[in-house]
Design a protein around this ligand. Structure first.
Ligand code: AP5
Length: 220
């Protein structure tokens, strides 16, 4: 199974990616996570990427394409994967399509999580993440058992650098300008599944799994 998860910032891509990779037994590639890890390690790529992410801008296509392709070549051909937050521009989508075609591979589905901007602003202002293990919480919808402490590893939770309100507004603007066209790109190829991301997390997961199964069955 080769899946892509797209949607605006805070739509629940990371939350669903974590659950879906476990339920479907496929590895996950999250470009946002990879870029944050590289920044935390202080690599040249990570430091350069952070200069874009902290301003709510997309990291240049060529940097992201190299990162993703290098990662994908490490997977077994039959293993499948879930891509969280890639492709995020039409250029990335076209280059990725070419890369897949060269290998005789194709995507199974692209899931677009739809959430309105006002809900996103609220979600991201209440998001807390664990800098140690990467677990993500929402202070109201998915609170940790102990306030501001990670359930998984006990580390103090933090607010992501790019979750400041002015950066969230810029991320949303960039999403509408550069990433929304990607959903049309995949819609035209019959791969797009749009899901209402405002429903409870478990319901979103169940709908995604059902709709992906329906789409792949309809091609047989
Ligand atoms: P990335 O980390 O991918 O950020 P994003 O797309 O802005 O998405 P988020 O991680 O903010 O949100 P999410 O959709 O994963 O939501 P989450 O599950 O956390 O990328 C960061 C940056 O890296 C980008 O801005 C860009 O600069 C760069 N980058 C990454 N990929 C790139 C690419 N391909 N090209 C160029 N640049 C790239 O949920 C959010 C909150 O809501 C949480 O608190 C969660 O608990 C809660 N929540 C989730 N689901 C629900 C629900 N159903 N109901 C209620 N609350 C929910």
């Amino acid at each position: 199974m080769r899946l892509v998860l797209v949607g605006p910032p805070g739509a629940g891509k990371g939350t669903q990616a974590q659950i879906l990779t476990e339920r479907l037994s496929i590895p996950k590639i999250s470009t946002g996570e990879m870029l944050r890890e590289a920044a935390d390690r202080g690599t040249a790529l990570g430091i350069e990427a952070k200069s874009f992410t902290d301003r709510g801008q997309l990291v240049p296509d060529e940097m992201v394409l190299k990162l993703v392709m290098e990662c994908l070549t490490r997977f077994r051909e039959d293993e499948g994967y879930l891509l969280d937050g890639f492709p995020r521009t039409v250029h990335q989508a076209e280059e990725f399509d070419r890369w897949l075609a060269d290998r005789g591979e194709a995507l199974d589905a692209v899931v677009d999580l739809e959430v309105p901007s006002e809900v996103i602003v609220e979600r991201l202002s209440s998001r807390r993440v664990c800098p140690s293990c990467g677990a993500s919480y929402h202070l109201v919808n998915r609170p940790p058992k102990v306030h501001e402490v990670c359930d998984e590893c006990g580390h103090a939770l933090e607010t992501r650098d790019d979750d400041r309100p002015e950066t969230v507004r810029e991320r949303l603007r960039v999403y509408h300008e550069r990433t929304e066209p990607v959903t049309n790109y995949f819609r035209q190829r019959g791969l797009l599944i749009s899901v209402d991301g405002q429903q409870p997390v478990d319901e979103v997961t169940a709908i995604v799994i059902r709709r992906v199964a329906e789409l792949t069955a309809s091609r047989k």
